[in-house]
Design a protein around this ligand. Structure first.
Ligand code: UD1
Length: 389
């Protein structure tokens, strides 16, 4: 079996690396296509290097543009690749423009689509990511989910063709894998930040940063928070462009960090304030308190888990939540999220092999946690009817 894995933006690299690493044991041949949606070294190359990504076989270099321009460029680029070489399936991760465009190109050519991180829903149709998620799931033949509510969303939308499998969170595999390397780089020390004594911020969603009044308000609130603890803010290029010269002096605004440095800082932060999806998950796995500055989340499991809280786009609620978190003693233990255990990539690869009948070339390495053990062996020994929940 030949599988094309399509990646384009920062979070895609983090999610797919563990699956790509696990696929050789299934006998499936993998080729990577990089759309070039993210292209700066800090946004792309550094991530690929640190995650040990294989060199992409195809590079589209689509770059920045409007939603239609990005989507159209990936659509035609992926179609050309699929017309030139036969692939048995295509794997697309997450919810970025590259994800939907690649899925659409493949589906129109009758190449089966595998969606990694399927079934997430914010219920907010004004988010480009929500449109990308819903449509990609609809186009997919195999949907790999990271939490149980995703299965319910797909069932309630009547998305039942092919199979849906709960495999766990591959983004957390990358985190657990590379946390020792991240710690060793001591980003905290290099930035002169006290361990567990600073607030880490990331904000890049259009709903916030493309609205000057909302962006101004949140920057003012971060300045107030910085009176209690240092605030460090690695700024995404979109946010940087919108901020212009309006940089509150008290906030440490720095360039986007590479994967290892950002993981190192996240692990050592006293509190994280974000509008990112992946950061809500990584803080849950790390047991670090997170405040999500958005009106909705497609990751409600991070809230029920107890590490994340949603405050809307309301600076007063953000300030109140931050003060409350900083007034509490830091948690002294981490509660694991089921199936966010460092083995999701192996389960995803196994699910792909079973679904497409590729068979296993060699036994999958032995599971290290009881959760993984149960889920993996249950999946591998279940009938395809059971797997198609
Ligand atoms: C994209 C995803 C978002 C994801 C985010 C992760 C969509 C619709 N959005 O948002 O879901 O959370 O990636 O970072 O796909 N830019 C650079 N260098 C780069 C990449 C971008 O300077 O390497 C600048 C460009 O000015 C560009 C802007 O950032 O116009 C936005 O980039 P884009 O890929 O359009 O969307 P993101 O905001 O990064």
């Amino acid at each position: 079996m030949k599988l094309l894995v399509v990646v384009g933006a920062r979070p895609n690299f983090v999610k797919t690396a563990p699956v790509i690493n696990a696929l050789p044991a299934t006998g499936i041949d993998v080729a990577v296509l990089h759309t070039g949606q993210h292209y700066d070294y800090q946004m792309s190359g550094a991530f690929l290097d640190q995650l040990g990504f294989p060199k992409p076989k195809h590079v589209l270099g689509i770059g920045s543009g409007s939603h239609a321009e990005q989507t159209a460029a990936v659509l035609t680029g992926v179609e050309l690749v699929l017309l030139g070489e036969r692939f048995d399936a295509i794997l697309v991760p997450g919810d970025v423009n590259s994800t939907l465009a690649a899925a659409l190109a493949a589906a129109k050519l009758a190449v089966p689509v595998i969606h990694l991180e399927a079934g997430l829903r914010s219920g907010d149709w004004s988010m480009p990511e929500e449109i990308n998620r819903v449509l990609t799931d609809r186009l997919s033949e195999l949907r790999l989910c990271h939490s149980p509510e995703a299965l319910d969303h797909l069932a309630s939308e009547g998305i039942t063709t092919g199979a849906t499998v709960l495999v766990g969170n591959t983004m957390i595999d990358s985190l657990f894998d590379l946390l020792p390397a991240a710690d060793a780089r001591d980003c905290c020390g290099r930035l002169d930040l006290p361990q567990k004594g600073f607030v880490l911020v990331t904000l890049h969603r259009p709903a916030l940063v493309d609205c000057p009044a909302a962006l101004g308000e949140v920057l003012g609130t971060l300045q107030t928070i910085s009176e209690e603890l240092p605030v460090v803010f690695p700024v995404h290029p979109r946010t940087r462009a919108r901020m212009g010269g309006a940089l509150p002096a008290a906030i440490r605004v720095i360039e986007p960090l590479d994967y290892l440095d950002f993981m190192g800082l996240q692990a050592q932060a006293r509190l994280v304030i974000t509008d990112s999806g992946g950061v809500q998950e990584e803080t849950s796995a790390l047991g670090v308190p997170c405040i999500t500055y958005r009106t909705s989340t497609e990751r409600p499991i991070t809230i029920t888990h107890g590490t994340n809280r949603l405050v809307g786009l309301d600076p007063a609620l953000l300030l109140a939540a931050a003060r409350e978190e900083l007034g509490r003693p830091p948690a002294d233990s981490i509660t694991p999220v089921p199936l966010w255990d460092g083995r999701a990539g192996i389960r995803a690869a196994a699910a792909i092999a079973v679904h497409f009948g590729a068979g296993l070339r060699e036994p999958m390495s032995s599971p290290t946690s009881p959760i993984a053990d149960t889920a993996e062996s249950r999946y591998l020994s279940s009938t395809s009817e059971e797997q198609e929940r």
